[in-house]
Design a binder for this molecule. Structure first.
Ligand code: SF4
Length: 353
């Protein structure tokens, strides 16, 4: 059941491709089919927040990742189904995620060639820098990949080291991750790589804004996630970040990635919470009313909106939506506007409410 003959599919992807029954809450549809390499015994890394880590497997034979189960299917069958849906317009992208494993690069290259030759959809690769060199990036581009995602996840070097590196006896190193990201932008071109960052791992709002600005200043963008405690992970008891924090971070990300502000424009209070959005404050109501800042951020589809919309990947369907996988309704936007400062934190400048 190992890659490259088998791949894991997110539950949403299994549903969209007809491998699993069911429909999503609020009729959400999946626009990016997420595939994951699979090996026995699995990922060699040990990230504190991940359900696929070495220690998670010891606690529970868990195959949960980004909140949902990922079942393995034959690669041939997945490709057959992708061919069937490729012209319907619902699925607009495929993303293949590596895990930290010695065979991951070789198999990713072979699968990239197959997927881009046999399926008429753009392909993103969510890479694992730890098992890669910069030369591998050029091979991935030459094999047909269109975009790159680098899951840096943690906003600061100290947090990264504690959650993914030495703190968990893990192999990942902060400088190597950012170095590979920077090189991927040179090889794939400006705007063709993005950084995954998770809100709620213990960073301050200022720190997360600085990391998002770094990703954008280098020529890419941020694909933002809200922390969700994975069942078997070290952090399974850690609460999710308050919605107010996540809404402010979503808004900051949108403004930074759309060149409406830089990090220096943001105002922070004495607890490093966002207190103002600088020159964007005057235009903020229009930006909020569009609902766009609250949608899932990720690799685009046929329009600039993210194809990678990951329905309910950061919350249970019974909970308040964090990343909207579709354009938010007017009532959703009104709620997001309220949530922005529901921790009673008064913005330093006018125009926010
Ligand atoms: S944003 Fe989505 S499609 Fe892009 S690299 Fe990340 S998981 Fe893949």
């Amino acid at each position: 059941m190992d890659s490259p003959d088998h791949l894991r599919l997110s539950l949403a992807a299994a549903m969209e491709l007809g491998f699993a029954p069911g429909t999503f809450h609020r009729d959400a549809r999946l626009h990016c089919v997420n595939l994951l390499l699979t090996y026995d015994p699995g990922c060699r890394a040990n990230c504190a927040f991940c359900g696929l880590s070495r220690d998670s497997r010891q606690r529970l034979d868990n195959k949960q990742f980004i909140r949902v189960s990922w079942k393995a299917f034959r690669t041939d069958d997945i490709i057959d189904r992708l061919k069937r849906v490729q012209e319907h317009g619902v699925v607009q992208r495929v993303c293949l995620s590596m895990i930290t494993h010695p065979r991951a690069v070789t198999d990713t290259l072979a699968l990239t060639e197959r997927l881009t030759t046999e399926v008429n959809l753009p392909l993103s690769l969510l890479i694992s820098p730890t098992v890669m060199t910069t030369d591998d990036l050029a091979s991935m581009r030459d094999a047909g990949a269109e975009r790159i995602g680098v899951a840096i996840d943690c906003a600061t070097e100290a947090l990264f080291d504690r959650m993914r590196g030495r703190g968990v006896k893990g192999p990942h190193r902060w400088d190597h991750y950012w170095g590979i990201y920077s090189r991927s932008l040179e090889i794939f071109g400006p705007g063709m790589s993005g950084v995954h960052l998770i809100c709620g791992l213990g960073e301050t709002e200022r720190e997360l804004c600085a990391a998002m600005a770094r990703a954008h200043d280098q020529g890419g963008s941020t694909h933002l996630f809200s922390f969700f405690p994975e069942r078997a992970s070290v952090l399974y008891e850690q609460p999710q970040p308050p919605l107010a924090v996540y809404r402010r971070i979503q808004l900051a990300r949108y403004l930074i990635d759309h060149d409406l502000i830089g990090f220096v424009d943001l105002d922070f209070d004495d607890q490093d919470r966002i207190a103002g959005f600088g020159p964007a404050d005057d235009d903020l109501e229009r930006v909020i009313a569009s609902g766009e800042p609250f949608r899932t951020s990720g690799c685009p589809g046929q329009t600039p909106a993210a194809a990678c919309n990951r329905p309910f990947a950061n919350e249970r369907p019974s909970q308040r939506l964090r990343n909207f996988p579709f354009p938010p309704h007017e009532t959703d936007v009104a709620l997001c506007r309220e949530q922005l400062f529901e921790d009673c934190f008064a913005p330093a400048q006018g125009g926010i409410r």
